[in-house]
Every structure is written in structure tokens, then in C-alpha cells.
Design a protein around this ligand. Structure first.
Ligand code: DUT
Length: 147
């Protein structure tokens, strides 16, 4: 079990920290800490504050992902999905939302705007080489097997 710490940022005592909406939910819903309602017009993107910062063990990253309901009903998604929260980041977690829908969408304070999932980042060592091993695929990609 990994220990993750959330720190509520000043002025956000009313904003619930990221939480699971059911026992086995994979993601912790993240809330908007906007001081006043913010409207995203079609095609517009905005960085939304969440009112918390966090610390987690170095083996972990956190991913900020869209909520499917907001995406399906309103075209609201995370532009940089999944957003990466590095284990050494101590600033406020923010959510980069974009409105891909046809109507303006207003985000209210405390609204659940995204979800956060934790992932283990495998430890790797990088080696520069002159030659890579052969494979059947080789350099084929980008649909080389057909669509
Ligand atoms: O959706 C996101 C994505 C990133 N971050 C924060 C945490 C992350 O650790 C930091 C840097 O993110 P990233 O590595 O994606 O940004 P970058 O564009 O490479 O910037 P930097 O040069 O600051 O690393 O910004 C968020 O709060 N929300």
C-alpha cells in the first residue's frame, strides 16, 4: 500500500479533497476550486485550480483523466489527457479542460471535473547503443498492417 498525502490549500476548506465515489472506483474525483463560476465556450481551454497539492512515493505518478459523463454530455475533456502529476511536484494540482462541445459549459465551485488515478512508474536505466535488436515489425508502424 502506498501512502499519498493531500494538502488542502488555504481558502479551500469547503472543497472536498479527491475522493472515490464507490468502493472499487479506480479514480479519485477531483473538484474545481474556482472562486466564481467559469464558462468554457466551444473550443476554449482553461486551467482549473483544484485547491490541493500532494506528495506521493517516488515510484508513483498520478494521472488526471476526463470524466466520461462530462465528455459524453457536454464535450468537456482534459486537453492533455492523461495529465501527469510528478511525484516531486508540490504545486497546486490543476486540470486543463477544453470544451469540444457546441455549447458553452459553466464550471461551478466544487464541481467534479476530472478523476485522478495512481500508477507505478517502472524504474529503468537508459543506455545509448549503435544498433537495436531485430524484430518482425521492424520500423513498420502508423497502420502498416492495414486499417
Ligand atoms: O494536468 C496536469 C499536468 C501537470 N500538472 C502539474 C504537475 C506536474 O508534475 C507538472 C508538470 O507537468 P508536465 O511535466 O506535464 O509539464 P511540462 O509541460 O513538461 O512542464 P515542466 O517543464 O514544468 O515539467 O505540472 C498539473 O497540475 N496538471
Amino acid at each position: 500500500m502506498y501512502q499519498v498525502q493531500f494538502k488542502r490549500l488555504p481558502g479551500n476548506e469547503d472543497i472536498e479533497l479527491p475522493s472515490k465515489m464507490s468502493e472499487l472506483a479506480a479514480g479519485y474525483d477531483v473538484r474545481a476550486a474556482v472562486t466564481e463560476p467559469i464558462t468554457l465556450h466551444p473550443g476554449e481551454r482553461k486551467l482549473i485550480p483544484t485547491g490541493f497539492a500532494m506528495a506521493m512515493p517516488g515510484e508513483l505518478e498520478a494521472q488526471i483523466r476526463p470524466r466520461s459523463g462530462l465528455a459524453f454530455k457536454h464535450g468537456i475533456t482534459c486537453l492533455n489527457s492523461p495529465g501527469t502529476i510528478d511525484a516531486d511536484y508540490r504545486g497546486e494540482v490543476k486540470v486543463l479542460l477544453v470544451n469540444l462541445g457546441q455549447e458553452p459549459f459553466t464550471i461551478e465551485r466544487g464541481e467534479r471535473i476530472a478523476q485522478m488515478l495512481f500508477q507505478v512508474v517502472p524504474a529503468v536505466t537508459i543506455h545509448e547503443v549503435e544498433e537495436l535488436s531485430d524484430t518482425i515489425r521492424g520500423a513498420g508502424g502508423f497502420g502498416h498492417t492495414g486499417v
